[in-house]
Design a protein around this ligand. Structure first.
Ligand code: SAM
Length: 218
């Protein structure tokens, strides 16, 4: 059987999953559900996509491996109601699409919701904070020249996060991984250039500077 090789970004999402059944919304080629079933990390997955083309390719990949009983495919806009799963993954989309998918569903049914948007993860954290949801885990990876932040949350109550944590990520700040520190240093350089003509980035810049200075001081 052909083993699926995940991109570094999808591998990082895979690593964060801690439930046995998930629906992957916007599955495209269904690589994530296939890897989860292939490695025995999940028992059952739903591969969901709004577009017929990607779903057809997903179905082909699932059939080739004989996983039709363990991975259902579903043509749907957003999170389908009819499947009993413990977790949801929404990955590889822009913030507006991801938030509109999350807004339309009853998220309290799920133990784990993992979201990876391609840029401006602060907007996602801000949305989570306004809903008083709890960020349970976070990760960051560098894949094909780009840093990707991944957020895992549930709907248990959390007081609103301060702006520093919305920009920097409450769990990433604690984990202090190598990729994270490299990302912050790169972001610092970018923001210092932008700050010369746009003051809107000043608070993010100040949070990053403060964090990196503390980090240097040990
Ligand atoms: C760029 S691909 C990301 C694929 C995969 N999730 C990943 O992270 O590599 C985005 C996929 O999301 C699908 N999509 C976009 N909006 C959607 C929605 N509202 N509901 C379900 N799928 C959607 C698209 O058709 C496309 O296949």
């Amino acid at each position: 059987m052909i083993g699926v090789k995940l991109s570094l970004r999808l591998q990082e999402i895979y690593n964060l999953i801690n439930v046995r059944t998930i629906a992957d919304i916007g599955t495209d080629h269904a690589f994530l559900p296939i890897a989860l079933i292939e490695n025995g990390k999940c028992d059952f997955c739903v591969a969901v996509d709004i577009a017929e083309g990607p779903l057809r390719i997903a179905q082909k990949h699932i059939k080739e491996r004989g996983y039709e009983a363990k991975i259902m495919t579903c043509l749907n806009d957003g999170i389908p109601e009819q499947y009993e799963v413990e977790g949801i993954v929404v990955a590889g989309m822009g913030n507006d699409t991801a938030i509109s998918i999350l807004n339309k569903a009853d998220l309290s049914k799920y133990k784990q919701i993992i979201v990876q948007i391609n840029t401006k993860t602060n907007l996602l954290r801000s949305w989570l904070s306004k809903h008083n949801y709890t960020i349970k885990d976070e990760s960051i990876c560098f894949d094909k020249g780009h840093y990707y932040e991944i957020v895992s949350f549930d709907t248990s109550h959390h007081e609103q996060y301060p702006d520093s944590e919305i920009y920097l990520g409450p769990i990433l700040m604690q984990k202090r991984g190598d990729s994270y520190l490299k990302y912050l240093n790169k972001r610092l350089t970018q923001l210092m250039k932008i700050a010369e003509y746009n003051s809107e980035v000043n608070s993010e810049l100040a949070f990053i500077k403060e964090y990196l200075n503390k980090e240097k001081a040990g």
